[in-house]
Design a protein around this ligand. Structure first.
Ligand SMILES: [Zn+2]
Ligand SMILES: [Zn+2]
Length: 369
């Protein structure tokens, strides 16, 4: 590659070549300490409430919701759960991610609300147990949305360090690495924009307290789930393999796609698995309808496949994870690692993969459409 030392680097970092990829193959690889240092800087501490301002917002808290703290406690063993950790680490190491035990107090780094707004907004779903109504479902979705936005900002803030993950490797591998990161970066940026747009809409519902447009599908199980996941995705295909938003639409980052929020919570000693969207999100409603076609015997495993197909922030009960067969574990690890590559998800990704992961008992299904 012929490139002047003062020209912009080929990797699109915006830096001059001499300050970027020149002699990168001879540089020292990124260390765990580099990642830890950057993690601190990349973790924002701002209140995401639409009426946030310095006169109202008191200290930013590092909060589990009471719900989440309770459920993590329930699935933990000696205060530990399994987690895959961040994909970003795997990318830097270019290895594969596998679950590790972490302390439940480390199972979330969500510093996205001040104490005042966190308490005020989420009081209805914290003080009493969650009811299955539009207001409570909206608040769980709002919380998932804010957490997802927070996580996406973090990923975005980590990209400059991630781009240095090719220090000390061969030039041809640097090119492949940078093209992978560029692809990753456009996905993160598109995701961030989508979330910011959705946040505006959800903020207006929050402020007006008018929750009439909330659509939900809630599954109540006879036991607390062995995994705890929450987040927000744009729907791609339904549980039966029907494409809902085409791969062209998925890759057109300028388009806003229909989305769903997903949370796994509990009520008394039962599990609550909550999917929701808004009334005008027709594709999302089609997705919810496809859940309704799954019979009670298949539904728990369908939820597990969905969770690991889409969400990296899954926390797992140690007793459950360690009790899985080697084949089941491998299927989950494969699914998680495959999902690092953003563009190749098959329409059949959510269909039966022949593995039996869980045997939760379906008690009830609640829907409002
Ligand atoms: Zn460069
Ligand atoms: Zn605040």
């Amino acid at each position: 590659m012929k490139i002047g030392r003062n020209e912009p680097c080929w990797c699109k970092s915006g830096k001059k070549y001499k300050k970027c990829h020149e002699d990168r193959d001879k540089q020292k690889r990124i260390t765990v300490q580099d990642v830890i240092d950057e993690t601190k800087k990349a973790t924002e501490r701002v209140c995401l409430h639409p009426e946030a301002n310095e006169n109202v917002c008191n200290e930013i808290i590092r909060a589990h919701s009471i719900q989440r703290a309770a459920i993590l406690q329930k699935i933990s063993r000696n205060q530990h759960v399994y987690s895959f950790g961040a994909k970003i680490g795997a990318m830097i190491k270019t290895g594969r991610i596998e679950p590790k035990l972490i302390g439940i107090n480390k199972a979330s780094t969500f510093t996205g609300f001040c104490n005042y707004h966190d308490t005020e907004v989420f009081k209805p779903i914290e003080a009493s147990s969650i009811d299955i109504n539009n207001e409570h479902i909206f608040l769980t979705a709002y919380r998932s949305l804010c957490k997802e936005l927070f996580a996406k900002k973090y990923q975005s803030n980590m990209i400059p360090l991630t781009k240095q993950g090719d220090k000390g490797i061969r030039v041809e591998d640097q090119i492949a690495f940078q093209s992978f990161i560029e692809n990753y970066k456009s996905g993160v940026e598109a995701g961030l924009n989508d979330l910011l747009e959705s946040k505006k809409i959800y903020d207006s519902y929050l402020l007006s307290k008018n929750y009439g447009d909330v659509i939900y599908y809630v599954i109540e199980t006879g036991e607390i789930s062995d995994i705890v996941v929450s987040g927000r995705i744009h729907v791609e295909m339904d549980f039966n393999g029907n494409e809902l938003q085409t791969s062209e639409e998925r890759l057109d980052y300028s388009k806003t796609l229909d989305e769903i929020s997903f949370s796994m919570l509990m009520r008394n000693s039962n599990g609550l698995i909550i999917f929701s969207c808004l009334k005008n999100e027709k594709k999302s409603i089609e997705f919810l309808k496809s859940i309704d076609t799954i019979n009670d015997a298949d539904l728990p495993n369908s939820i597990v496949r969905f969770s690991f197909e889409y969400f990296e922030n899954a926390f797992m009960s140690p007793n459950w994870w360690e009790g899985l067969s080697a084949k089941n574990k491998e299927a989950i690890i494969e699914r998680m690692n495959d999902s690092i590559v953003f563009t190749k998800r098959s329409n059949n990704a959510l269909k039966d993969d022949g593995n039996n992961y869980v045997s939760w008992k379906i008690l009830n299904r609640h829907k409002n459409f």
